[in-house]
Design a protein around this ligand. Structure first.
Ligand SMILES: Cc1ncc(COP(=O)(O)O)c(C=O)c1O
Length: 388
């Protein structure tokens, strides 16, 4: 769908042409609705790639940002600011996993880069293990643990460490991959790009057990599946498996760039000055955004809404070209009988925006947590009209 509109734009744009484009241009957003320049009103099941957890223009988030901008828009980490400490406490409490030390940073890839670096520093080992179909970002370390990156877009002359990729659904194979040279295992508990695929509790438990046996750190990359998207604070809560480090981003700021590492006590106690650093991470605006997101999720009971509406999608949207579903909460994959790109294009013609994934037969839904059953009915009505 995307490549067609790219060509004409590429001739006049000052932007680096690295993103395939949806054939729409958005003027503004409100709740779960996008208003396009051509007058169309589009129901958004894509959420800016899992970022707009509260939807667009949420009043509590807007007010928090405005208040913080007036009070103190930015201050370096070398100078204490109450909101930084306060938001960290709030995030740790929200997670409720005993991962009570927070390091603020800016993006998902940067969070993973730092989590991996901590694992290498603390274990003194040289190898990481990731899962097939996993996706962790485009920087040197995050790309090195991203399935398929090396043979496609990676670009650096070599990776900074050895990485191997275990099957995502084979707990019995874990022992073969994770050994005493392994510094870290990094895994998305519910894979995003991999097709909204829930790795599942048995696999996560096997990874936890093996990491404990060999002394490797277990990192959950919850950049996409965290911050309420599964209907629990984190997928770690959802599956009842606690890693040593969680990385999270995307919905954490609802559009204001912010990411975080949540660290266990035994990781935190070995951290020394200069182990990590950042200029913008922990900026007051980013922290105010994250705090407002957590407050809103809690005050509007959005986790319960995600669980309820997700179940409604799964029981009502298996119609037209949709043959089944996978994933968790609002990181849902709808399996398609024909290429998902075609279904996505047909839905957009009916003013519904969805995502695709690395699996050509999975349509990915990443809506805002405020989505309701009425919105889902509109998706179902549109799907029914698309030939299987
Ligand atoms: C699971 C996962 N990890 C990491 C990243 C990278 O995040 P960012 O683009 O903020 O660097 C993404 C982005 O899509 C992601 O889905």
């Amino acid at each position: 769908m995307a490549a067609t509109s790219l060509t004409a734009k590429a001739l006049t744009s000052h932007l680096a042409q690295v993103f395939a484009q949806y054939p729409i241009e958005v003027a503004h957003g409100e709740g779960v609705w996008l208003y396009a320049r051509d007058g169309r009103k589009i129901l958004d099941f894509y959420g800016g790639h899992a970022v707009a957890g509260l939807g667009y223009g949420h009043p509590h988030w807007l007010a928090a940002l405005e208040r913080q901008a007036r009070q103190m828009a930015f201050q370096t980490n070398a100078v204490g600011v109450a909101i930084r400490e306060h938001a960290a406490a709030r995030l740790a409490k929200f997670a409720d996993l005993g991962l009570d030390t927070v390091f603020w940073i800016n993006s998902g890839a940067e969070a993973n880069e730092n989590a991996l670096k901590l694992a290498f520093k603390q274990t003194g080992r040289g190898k990481a293990v990731a899962l097939e179909q996993g996706w962790h970002g485009r920087t040197a370390a995050a790309g090195a643990v991203t399935w398929g990156a090396l043979h496609t877009w990676y670009g650096f002359p070599r990776t900074p460490f050895d990485a191997s990729f275990a099957p995502r659904n084979d707990p019995a194979a874990v022992e073969r991959f994770v050994d005493r040279d392994t510094a870290a295992v990094i895994v998305e508990p519910v894979q995003g790009v991999g097709g909204a695929y829930d790795v599942g509790k048995p696999m996560l438990q096997a990874l936890r057990r093996r990491c404990d046996e060999v002394g490797a750190l277990l990192i959950f990359d919850e950049v996409q599946c965290g911050m309420g998207r599964t209907g629990s604070p984190f997928a770690a809560n959802h599956h009842g498996v606690t890693p040593d480090i969680i990385t999270t981003a995307k919905a954490l700021g609802n559009g204001f760039p912010v990411s975080a590492l949540l660290l266990s006590k035994h990781v935190a106690k070995h951290i020394k000055y200069n182990d990590m650093g950042t200029t913008f991470g922990g900026g007051p605006m980013a922290c105010a955004a994250a705090e407002a997101v957590i407050e809103t999720i809690e005050s509007e009971s959005l986790l319960a809404n995600v669980r309820q509406v997700s179940a409604y999608i799964r029981s009502n949207c298996i119609v037209g070209p949709i043959t089944g579903s996978q994933g968790a909460g609002f990181l849902l994959g709808l399996k398609t009988s024909r290429p998902a790109k075609e279904v996505q294009a047909a839905l957009l013609e009916k003013n519904i925006l969805t995502g695709t994934s690395g699996d050509p037969n999975v349509l990915r839904l990443l809506p805002a947590y405020i989505l309701n059953e009425g919105h889902v009915d509109q998706l179902c009505d549109a799907l029914v009209k698309i030939p299987a």
